[in-house]
Design a protein. Structure first.
Length: 202
């Protein structure tokens, strides 16, 4: 989206970079709890998407006071973006395990190997959830190789019949085939999610 402030056009996009900027400004985990948080995030959206921005937060607040329509425009934009995200995912992480964007950066970029620019500027939170839930499989092949080597060494030195899981056990060893059937409740829930997403596009 593009907004106009004093005749100058500024890009506005809902990105993880904007959340990162918010955390750097406030010194707290990204969470919009009060009016100040919302105004700080509006400003973070400007900073994150306009590298040459010269406007201070005080300047931004003054513009919001002078142009109430600007605030309404930003409110509408953020509301639609957050609704769009909630159509796919309610929470990226468990409420008892809230992490900062910096910590997410370490997991997604450093551990998972996702390009920094993609993570900060293009990645959606439902993608983040998928990566976090499957991060343990990133080095699965290496772990399986290490277990097999250990198993061979142990078996050649043992009179008992061993199996690789006797040496090491991994979460994926106990993975069971999940029921993929869809109930009427599932269909209704998915239809509601689809309609919610469609409405955010209008």
């Amino acid at each position: 989206m593009e907004i106009q402030i004093k005749g100058t056009a500024y890009n506005i996009r809902y990105t993880i970079r904007a959340m990162f900027v918010f955390e750097q400004i406030t010194g707290k985990i990204f969470r919009l709890e009060n009016l100040t948080d919302y105004y700080l995030f509006y400003y973070s959206l400007l900073v994150a998407n306009n590298p040459d921005l010269q406007m201070t937060f005080e300047d931004f607040i003054n513009e919001c006071d002078d142009e109430p329509a600007l605030v309404i425009q930003l409110q509408d934009f953020l509301s639609k973006e957050m609704e769009k995200q909630s159509a796919f995912i309610s929470d990226t992480v468990d409420s008892k395990k809230k992490v900062t964007i910096s910590e997410l950066y370490a997991l997604i970029v450093l551990e998972a190997g996702i390009a920094p620019d993609y993570f900060l500027d293009s990645m959606q939170m439902y993608e983040v959830k998928a990566v976090l839930e499957n991060l343990q499989y990133k080095n699965k092949t290496s772990w399986e190789q290490a277990r097999m080597i250990s198993y061979i060494i142990a078996q050649t030195n043992s009179t008992k019949q061993l199996s690789p899981t006797d040496i090491m056990k991994f979460d994926w060893d106990e993975a069971k085939e999940k029921d993929t059937s869809i109930s009427k409740d599932d269909i209704a829930r998915l239809q509601a999610k689809a309609n919610q997403f469609i409405n955010t596009q209008n």
